[in-house]
Design a protein. Structure first.
Lengths: 110, 276
């Protein structure tokens, strides 16, 4: 419950504060958000499976974000940033879908 | 699945195929599952009642970060003016190229349209000019055909026939002489003289195109007076012939003769313009 509240508070704060995104972080923020979404879906599924562990969640969340940003950063340096970020989004999207399917099976039994 | 959970949802659940941990999810997250609970029950248990456990707080912190980033990204993405801010260099170059292409295309289109407009303006100017010329020509032809009034320099001839001796052929001679001398518009009393005019004798006078006119005969002639007057006065000419018949002829020059007798425009029954 507190976790859900945290998400809601975060969205509201982001909308209210509207901070300037630093130019350095800007290309990586969308990828980082998608990666974090993937981690959250993974965590939710683990919770429904009864195997949730906060330490694992924190590590996977942070590592997901960092690795995704790193891949995009590397891609930018190599000159294939656009393609690589597309690839990352595709992979994360597939994972989010499979996790969402598992969650759906738990919640709706279908 | 323990037996004391005999709720309908649990029975339903038993009919479902065995849940396999699909595609080894988050291999490092695998832990000993808590026994005896369905996923839905675990979800409800996690949501209510709220417990300020360490796990909940940490997850809340991370989710706060996620929500914050999500909202910031969405907000900055929906700002129209900063739509290009997050774009990569190669994307910007591509957008710039596309804009250049588009500008080029629009420029070409603009030139084409301007050319078309110039052509249309020219052609409408030409049409206007042609219309003016047609009107002018119609006016000139109208003077010859007697359908419009005319004015200009010319002479006035008055033939006073005291003895009743003037006949149609003498007036016809006078008209022919005037035409030969370059008369452009002729009016006898109130009848316009045109190409098809005919004169006949009638009681006490002359008929011009069927209109009976009586003496004194008054010719109003537009043309060069210096040509017209001598043409009438040549020895053995119109004036002398008339005076021999006891008629009194006076010729006056004038700078402004008005020929305002009109003749209805007649449409020929058979003849058609062969132009076009």
């Amino acid at each position: 419950m507190i976790a859900v509240l945290g998400l809601v508070v975060g969205v509201v704060a982001g909308l209210l504060v509207r901070p300037e995104v630093p130019a350095v972080v800007e290309p990586y923020l969308p990828i980082a958000v998608v990666a974090a979404l993937d981690a959250v879906f993974g965590g939710l599924r683990a919770m429904l499976d009864g195997i949730f562990d906060d330490k694992v969640f924190v590590v996977s969340f942070l590592s997901n974000v960092v690795v995704a940003a790193l891949i995009v950063f590397l891609g930018d340096k190599l000159g294939v940033g656009a393609q690589l970020s597309t690839g990352v989004v595709v992979v994360l999207g597939i994972r989010i879908f499979s996790n969402a399917a598992a969650i759906r099976r738990h919640v709706f039994r279908a | 699945m323990s037996n004391e959970d005999a709720t309908p949802e649990n029975r339903l659940r038993k009919e479902l195929p065995e849940e396999v941990p699909a595609t080894a999810p988050e291999a490092d997250e695998v832990r000993e599952p808590e026994p005896g609970l369905t996923g839905r029950q675990r979800l409800v248990k996690g949501l209510w009642p709220p417990r300020a456990s360490r796990a909940q707080l940490i997850v809340a912190l991370l989710l706060f970060g996620l929500g914050f980033g999500l909202a910031v990204q969405v907000a900055s993405n929906s700002d129209s003016d900063s739509a290009l801010r997050g774009a990569r260099q190669e994307d910007l170059v591509r957008i710039l190229d596309e804009l250049d292409d588009r500008t080029q295309r629009l420029e070409d289109e603009k030139q084409g349209l301007e050319k078309q407009r110039d052509e249309l303006e020219n052609s409408s100017d030409q049409a206007e000019e042609a219309r003016k010329q047609t009107v002018e020509k119609e006016r000139q032809l109208g003077i010859l055909a007697g359908t419009v009034a005319a004015q200009g320099p010319g002479i006035t001839i008055t033939i006073d026939d005291t003895k009743g001796t003037v006949e149609a052929d003498m007036l016809l001679d006078a008209i022919q002489e005037l035409r030969a001398a370059g008369a452009e518009a002729i009016q006898v009393n109130d009848v316009r003289v045109v190409a098809g005019t005919y004169l006949t004798d009638s009681d006490n006078g002359v008929s011009v195109d069927g209109n009976k006119i009586n003496a004194p005969y008054r010719f109003q002639v537009i043309g060069n007076p210096k040509d017209l007057e001598p043409a009438l006065n040549i020895p053995g000419g119109v004036v002398q012939t008339l005076e021999k018949e006891q008629a009194i002829v006076t010729v006056e020059r004038s700078d402004k003769i008005v020929v305002d007798a009109l003749r209805a425009a007649q449409r020929p029954d058979y003849a058609r313009s062969s132009s076009r």
